[in-house]
Design a protein around this ligand. Structure first.
Ligand code: DGL
Length: 253
């Protein structure tokens, strides 16, 4: 069983990190389009083109499933991807549905492309959360993460300034609608009052993978991993520091 996990960069490692724990005997390929990141400030057409090209490459590696661990690429390109390729494709989306029973406001933070996209407004409409949901684009967090700057004063100031645009006392839920933002959970936690819960789309996406694959434990014991950065195969050692950071972050919510 071969599963490709795709993102514009290092954000999708947050999904991969949990998938490595949830599955066994899988040959994972992690594809980061680092040379073209960020996607979130590009047009829908550009994002779609880049995503389709990467998916074509992954199909040529004979993968059985592609997981789009990038909310931005899902928003822009999931329909075109499913129309172009016949293998199962799972797309990550902001986990707004988890806010269905929330009595306070829901703040979704994501890239500008995800915030502007029809896919997100359709989703909010479908779950009937229009009146409660606020949207905030935070493109600089993607740049910070790609530069491995997770903790600096600039990072904290940026998050603080952006959050101050909202009435945080009325907010009950912060939805991390970009996989790169998982690296900043500790800063969000530190800057938000304790009554605000922080959620991401990782568990929902893993459940969807399991639903599509059935019982995968039959495929063996150990997972394998290969890493491609914009079509060039790289040493998986390069992603270890990110996985370590994510393990620290995954305990925060
Ligand atoms: N990690 C991506 C997401 O989940 C997008 C980051 C970017 O390239 O702008 O939306």
């Amino acid at each position: 069983m071969k599963i490709a996990v795709f993102d514009s960069g290092i954000g999708g490692l947050s999904l991969l990190n949990e998938a490595l724990k949830a599955f066994c005997g899988v040959d994972f390929i992690y594809f980061a389009d680092n040379l073209n990141a960020p996607y979130g400030t590009k047009s829908k057409d550009e994002i779609t083109k880049l995503t389709i090209n990467a998916a074509q490459f992954l199909v040529e590696q004979n993968v059985d499933m592609i997981v789009i661990a990038c909310n931005t690429a899902t928003s822009a390109a999931i329909c075109e991807l499913r129309a172009s390729f016949s293998l199962p494709i799972v797309g990550m989306e902001p986990a707004i549905k988890l806010g269905a029973n929330s009595s306070g406001d829901i703040l979704v933070v994501a890239t500008p492309a995800t915030i502007k996209g029809n896919k997100l407004s359709d989703l909010i409409h479908r779950v009937n959360l229009e009146t409660k949901t606020r949207l905030l684009g935070m493109p600089k967090l993607v740049e910070f993460a790609q530069n491995m700057d997770f903790d600096s004063i600039e990072v904290k100031k940026y998050i603080k300034d952006e959050l101050s645009k909202f009435d945080i006392d009325k907010t009950e839920l912060l939805v991390l609608g970009c996989t790169h933002f998982n690296y900043f959970k500790d800063s969000f936690r530190e800057l938000l009052p304790a009554h605000v819960s922080i959620i991401d789309g990782i568990n929902g996406t893993i459940k969807e993978m399991m639903r599509k694959l059935g019982n995968i434990s039959k495929f063996g014991e150990k997972n394998k991993l290969r890493y491609f950065s914009s079509y060039e195969e790289m040493d998986t050692k390069l992603i270890e520091p990110y996985l370590k950071r994510l393990d620290e972050m995954s305990k925060i919510s």
